[in-house]
Design a protein around this ligand. Structure first.
Ligand SMILES: N[C@@H](CCC(=O)N[C@@H](CS)C(=O)NCC(=O)O)C(=O)O
Length: 214
């Protein structure tokens, strides 16, 4: 397997965590997003979206979209499972993961932030305000539901990590990088700490990657 990866990509970070949890060690191909390598013709030929992560399987299938990759990994390498068996529980876990992956993350993606400053001409301070506003809107709602729902355990759902935690931890790492105050989110940071105590999460962190830069 080959994972097209970039240390700072929170979507790629999700896949790195899942691979570690499943004790899989693919070859890594680093796509330097800051230098625009995701828009090289050779990369676009494989993934016209020009985004990481991308996973090329041993059969040569080209998989894109981190959540699709996570579910493929769960179906092909079920130990340990990252989604519960019960349909209602699966829906809860997917609901938390999608609240992050669909409703928070896209608004703070590199290309969106670059469009704000490069095309719309907003200042860096306005761009950071945009980032903080949308991240806070998303995290507030997650904190509320995770704090009050009985299904929340050591992790987002019960006492084993799921795709919900796999989406949460990279999003909080990203928030820290933008100096978001996480004090209002004690349940989220408690779950983050529990996850980061696991080597699979800690080893997938951006600064632990071979392509990490200051
Ligand atoms: N929904 C996609 C998001 C992928 C994504 O946005 N990747 C970012 C890095 S986190 C990227 O490649 N950005 C390149 C760019 O903005 O030009 C997924 O979950 O895989």
């Amino acid at each position: 397997m080959k994972l097209y990866d970039y240390f700072r990509s929170s979507a790629a970070y999700r896949v790195r965590i899942a691979l570690n949890l499943k004790s899989l060690a693919p070859e890594h191909v680093f796509v330097h997003l800051r230098r625009g390598a995701q828009r090289d013709e050779s990369y676009l030929a494989l993934n016209p979206q020009g985004l990481v992560p991308m996973l090329v399987t041993d059969d040569g299938d080209v998989l894109t979209q981190s959540l699709a990759i996570l579910e493929w990994l769960d179906e092909t390498h079920p130990q340990p499972l990252l989604l519960p068996a019960d349909p209602a529980e699966r829906a809860r876990v997917r609901g938390i993961a999608l609240a992050i992956a669909c409703d928070i993350h896209p608004l703070n993606n590199l290309r969106v932030l670059n469009y704000l400053t490069g095309t719309l001409g907003v200042t860096d301070a306005q761009r950071d305000g945009w980032y903080r506003y949308w991240v806070d809107v998303g995290l507030e709602a997650l904190e509320t539901r995770l704090a009050r729902e009985e299904a929340t355990g050591r992790y987002c759902h019960g006492d084993a990590p799921t795709i919900a935690d796999i989406c949460l931890v990279p999003q909080l790492a990203n928030a820290r990088r933008f100096a978001i105050d996480l004090a209002p989110y004690p349940t989220l940071t408690r779950i983050e700490a529990a996850c980061l105590a696991l080597p699979a999460f800690a080893d997938a962190a951006p600064l632990m990657q071979p392509d990490a830069e200051a």
